[in-house]
Design a protein around this ligand. Structure first.
Ligand code: FAD
Length: 273
């Protein structure tokens, strides 16, 4: 019966479909997604780059651990390469050069390829920079663009090919536990599972609450991104993903335009951002 599985994964973003895929060898899997399509929320709105030098140290270690799969996915997983060259550039002001050096040392220790240069030299990667604002730059050539659509489709194909079920339009509304395991009510009917995986992203606390669990320290934040046309004649397609160390901006080429974010993180309620 399709409504019963060993594992019920709540959330059809990158977290949900990737964990569902990895669980396939261990039992039957059902993914429940409230929207009509996978990847509708954070997953469909990311800048889609893989860099080993962004966010907390644990993020960087997770990226390093994921690199092998993304570079060499299993046979038949994807119909196109998941990664293409992008490069990343990190810009430090004079008072931040010690921090940049520390990041450089940590990356080298992990085996990442990185280059430290005076800020003026960074113009060779991105000609629109104003190097007088910065003192130093670090270039990470192995930062890649991720084809997030292909990645999501690869997981979807893999789950379905192995007999897994992906139910969209299935918003979980109630969860309870009885002798038969976890009973999960959704807008697309009832499901039953031995183990539930909470991959509900910004809604993780709500889902935990339905299952009778206490506070989970997973909080939704909103981040802004805008796109606009680059100046005529620019080498846009060659620009790396460019960050400042103080995290007041990043920008990159995105579908023939410039995508820029002020790297804001405004706490919010889970919603269609
Ligand atoms: C502007 C921006 C740029 C980013 N850039 C990058 C980047 O360059 N590189 C990078 O690695 N990361 C980036 N990220 C982060 C990345 O997008 C997220 O870490 C990732 O998408 C989170 O995936 P998720 O599956 O946890 O969440 P989501 O994609 O939000 O998935 C959670 C899913 O759970 C579903 N759900 C919630 N409640 C229920 C329910 N009750 N019943 C059923 N389904 C439910 C939701 O509908 C949703 O589809 C960026 C994020 C933003 C916002």
């Amino acid at each position: 019966m399709p409504g019963i599985a060993d594992f019920i994964v709540i959330g059809g973003g990158i977290a949900g479909v990737s964990v569902a895929y990895e669980l396939l060898p261990h039992g039957s899997v059902i993914v429940l997604e409230q929207e009509s399509a996978l990847g509708y929320h954070a997953t469909g709105r990311s800048a889609a780059v893989m860099t080993e030098n962004y966010g907390t140290p644990i993020w960087s270690r997770l990226v390093s651990a994921s690199r092998g799969f993304l570079e060499n996915p299993p046979e038949g997983f994807a119909t196109a390469p998941l990664l293409t060259d992008r490069g990343a550039l990190f810009l430090a002001q004079a008072h931040e050069t010690g921090l940049l050096q520390a990041q450089y040392d940590a990356l080298v220790a992990r085996g990442a390829r990185v280059e430290l240069v005076p800020a003026a030299d960074a113009l060779r990667w991105c000609e629109v920079l104003r190097p007088e604002t910065f003192a130093a730059a670090m270039h990470e050539p192995d930062c890649k663009d991720i084809d997030t659509n292909e990645l999501m489709m690869g997981y979807r194909r893999g789950i379905r090919a192995a007999g897994g079920v992906i139910a969209t339009g299935a918003r979980v509304t109630a969860i309870r536990r009885d002798a038969g395991g976890w009973q999960v009510d959704t807008t697309a009917g009832a499901f039953q599972g031995g183990t539930i995986v909470n991959a509900a992203g910004g809604w993780a606390q709500q889902v935990a609450g339905m299952a009778g669990l206490g506070h989970r320290n997973v909080l939704p934040f909103r981040r802004t991104a805008v796109t606009f046309d680059a100046a005529a004649g620019s080498n846009l397609h060659r620009w790396p993903m460019t960050f400042d160390l103080a995290e007041t901006f990043y920008f990159k080429p995105e579908a023939g335009r410039v995508m820029v974010s002020p790297v804001d993180m405004a706490q919010t309620v889970p919603c269609d951002a």
